[in-house]
Write a protein that binds this ligand. Structure first.
Ligand SMILES: [Zn+2]
Ligand SMILES: [Zn+2]
Length: 327
């Protein structure tokens, strides 16, 4: 499918700067969708012969330069549930790269040259977003210590607690990229994306960019998301045990129940830098310009109940140290 300008008939692309469709020929913003005209083997615009990869949903014709969206790769089971449209245009992505790498002294000069940076391409990377409910449980005993001084005495009181924790955490939209070509750890670093910007899928957002469908089933990528949720739930459970001087666990576990799974497309600017016979790949988050990021969990609702069920069993002054007064 392609989008044509109602004004001049030119091909239109989605402009991240304007957040709407845009015709670079006449500055027009009104477009009409033309479906059914993009086959996987022939360019709808110039008739050139195309070789389209197995997972490609949107690409650019190497002959005429027009962007093409392949109908059969954006419908039925391949239709994304949601998409985060590009927020950063190419110019802003280039600026993000320059800002990040300008200070580094040992990069080759051509690394940040206008010519090579101008070759950055905008890609929608396929992600699955998983919902989980995590249950964390902990039973054990713990101690807390209070210290004070009374005259010539240093006093120390140790309190013993029975601890029981039951914690439910709802995770929404834990991401795992579904592209074999994209290195997992780099995609993890390009995150986080702000999910407030998730929109229902509309093929217009693909116009002007490259796109990909998921390369494998949602189950095939689920473990990566499960590990993220599990690590987070474990950390929350551990946080809830802060404040004890010592802990003696009797039992503890985190278990996950699977929930809904959505297929989504996230925007990434990709910069391929060729140097010394190798390809160096850099990614800029197309939503916030982050060149390197941290692994997020989109949203978490923590329901921590039955915080301390046992409470204090007994608290005794355990130790009194007599300090000899030196005269
Ligand atoms: Zn136009
Ligand atoms: Zn063409």
């Amino acid at each position: 499918m392609t989008f044509k300008c109602k004004n001049c008939g030119g091909y239109m692309v989605f402009s991240p700067e304007r957040q709407q469709m845009y015709c670079s020929f006449c500055d027009g913003v009104d477009c009409e969708q033309q479906t059914g005209d993009a086959s996987l083997t022939t360019c709808a615009s110039c008739g050139g012969e195309l070789t389209i990869g197995q997972f490609v949903s949107a690409s650019r014709c190497p002959y005429c330069g027009n962007y093409l969206i392949f109908d059969e790769r954006v419908r039925d089971s391949f239709k994304p549930d949601e998409i985060i449209p590009f927020k950063l245009g190419k110019k802003q992505a280039v600026e993000a790269m320059e800002k990040e790498f300008k200070k580094r002294k040992f990069t080759p000069i051509s690394f940040l040259s206008e010519k090579t940076l101008g070759d950055m391409v905008g890609r929608y990377v396929p992600f699955f977003l998983y919902d989980f409910r995590a249950r964390g449980e902990y039973r054990g005993t713990g101690t807390k210590v209070r210290k004070w001084t009374e005259g010539n005495y240093d006093c120390k009181e140790t309190s013993y607690y029975d601890i029981e924790r039951v914690m439910d955490v709802d995770y929404d939209n834990v991401p795992a990229d579904a592209s074999e070509e994209m290195p997992d750890w780099k995609m993890d670093l390009v995150e986080p994306y702000q999910y407030e910007a998730l929109e229902s899928f509309d093929p217009r957002y693909l116009s002007g960019f490259f796109g990909e469908v998921y390369n494998n089933t949602a189950e095939a990528y689920a473990d990566r998301a499960r590990q993220k949720a599990e690590a987070s739930a474990n950390a929350l459970l551990k946080d809830s045990l802060a404040g004890y001087v010592s802990l003696n666990p009797l039992s503890g576990s985190v278990s996950l129940a699977d929930g809904q799974i959505d297929f989504a497309l996230f925007p990434v600017w990709v910069y391929t830098y060729k140097w010394g016979g190798r390809d160096y790949l850099f990614y800029v988050n197309g939503q916030n310009g982050k060149v390197i990021g941290e692994t997020p969990i989109s949203k978490r609702k923590v329901l921590l109940y039955a915080l301390t069920m046992g409470g204090i069993i007994y608290a005794i002054m355990l130790l009194i140290i007599f300090i000899m007064e030196v005269l």
